[in-house]
Design a protein around this ligand. Sequence first.
Ligand SMILES: [Zn+2]
Length: 101
Amino acid sequence: MLLIACPWCGERDETEFHYGGQAHVAYPADPEALTDVEWGAYLFVRDNPKGDFAERWVHTAGCRRWFNVVRHTVTHDISAVYPAGQPRPSQESRPQNEVTA
Ligand SMILES: [Zn+2]
């Protein structure tokens, strides 16, 4: 079970939140210019790293606001929480104990 620190409400149980997929997926600047393959890739293809992953969450049982979380996909350690629309924080200060493969 995750303990997620909502930027507005503080730490809450994972059951108060819903997952919203990968963060920082920009809407195409000119969607009419995309081929069907490119549009399909925008809609359905996402990164699947073994390590830190920036993802969207919404606090559905609380403030109902969207925000981003950087979560390690193996250990589920959360290294950053920040409001939607802000850039991903630098991970340079993160300890070097990540799983590599
Ligand atoms: Zn909240």
